[in-house]
Design a protein around this ligand. Structure first.
Ligand code: ASP
Length: 313
């Protein structure tokens, strides 16, 4: 029997409220989600590697202003964009991550290159950019990443004197908007990638879970690949992505049970709002969320496409 393959992506937990979602925006978001999952799936269909598939899928969402990653990232307290990303390949459990980069068009590519072209796993800020420029990356001005929507969002947050940690008072309807992808390829490799601008009004070089292996991203062949989205301060402390993998590895839970146990369990009890996407070694996909929704799509082992926004869909 041929090795099954499948692909899943997310565009962040905590979606825009139904009543505030215009038809135009919804059409645009759905088109991006479809383009992303298809970009990844096309790599898999041509017998490509799961890591190339997740990077291809995440790049599509980084390039869209609709999501909080790459172009369209949220703004820091100093009105800058500072982005975090990570990737993991399940074969040798290789990983790469970057945090606090300001001038890299596709942070997910840089995370991959940290994994494949450096002896390190995690590079930050100016150092990560120095590494990037040494490896031929173009310097991208901050203007490229800016969108009016994120600027208004930051001003509203500042006027109210709120920090993004007051997640229950997010002016943007609790929309987190981080992006991520997980894939199983035809060689049985699992991979995961996550990319984000973090949270609005962040200060002091704050970094969330998205660039932390075991919190925001995890992949282990024969087991599972996971990418998360939500309030990073909780996801880091609960090592969410790694916990799903550990439950499957030690408790022999399936991907659905493990994902739900983590997202609806102690994480939720401690106030950790968000969700995750996971794909197991058979290509079985699970979307878990304790938020009002999560932008998400998958193409399953039968080649069936599914795209959803709200939790009750
Ligand atoms: N997890 C991200 C962070 O805390 C936010 C998000 O998922 O949108 O930086």
């Amino acid at each position: 029997m041929p090795q099954p393959f499948s692909m899943a992506i997310h565009g962040g937990a905590g979606t825009i409220l139904r009543e505030q979602m215009s038809d135009e925006l919804q059409v645009s978001i759905l088109a991006d989600l479809e383009a992303s999952v298809r970009a990844g799936y096309n790599v898999l269909a041509k017998s490509g590697d799961a890591l190339d598939a997740v990077v291809a899928a995440v790049k599509v969402l980084e390039d869209s202003p609709n999501f909080n990653a790459g172009k369209g990232s949220v703004l820091t307290n100093k009105e800058m964009v500072e982005m975090d990303a990570s990737v993991m390949h399940g074969l040798d459990m290789d990983a790469g991550a970057i945090a606090g980069v300001r001038h890299i068009k596709n942070p997910v590519e840089l995370a991959r290159d940290v994994m494949t072209k450096s002896n390190h796993v995690f590079l930050i800020a100016e150092g990560a950019e120095e590494f990037a420029f040494e490896h031929g990356y173009e310097f991208i001005e901050q203007d490229y990443f800016f969108t009016d929507r994120r600027y208004d969002q930051l001003q509203s947050m500042k006027e109210k004197g709120l920090f993004a940690l007051s997640e229950s008072k997010y002016p943007d309807d609790k929309k987190f908007g981080t992006v991520g992808a997980v894939a199983l390829d035809q060689h049985g490799n699992l991979a995961a990638a996550t990319s984000t601008g973090g949270i609005t009004n962040k200060k002091y070089g704050r970094v969330g879970d998205s660039s932390i292996i075991g919190a925001g991203t995890f992949a282990e062949n024969g087991n599972v690949a996971v990418s998360t989205t939500g309030m990073g301060e909780f996801f880091i402390r609960k090592t969410v992505a790694g916990d799903v993998a550990a439950r499957m590895r030690y408790l022999k839970e399936d991907v659905h049970t493990a994902s739900e146990s983590v997202i609806q369990g102690e994480l939720k009890e401690m106030g950790g709002e968000g969700g995750l996407i996971a794909i197991d070694h058979n290509g079985d996909v699970h979307f878990a969320m304790n938020s009002s929704g999560m932008y998400r799509a998958c193409i399953d082992v039968d080649g069936e496409l599914s795209i959803k926004i709200y939790a009750d869909e």
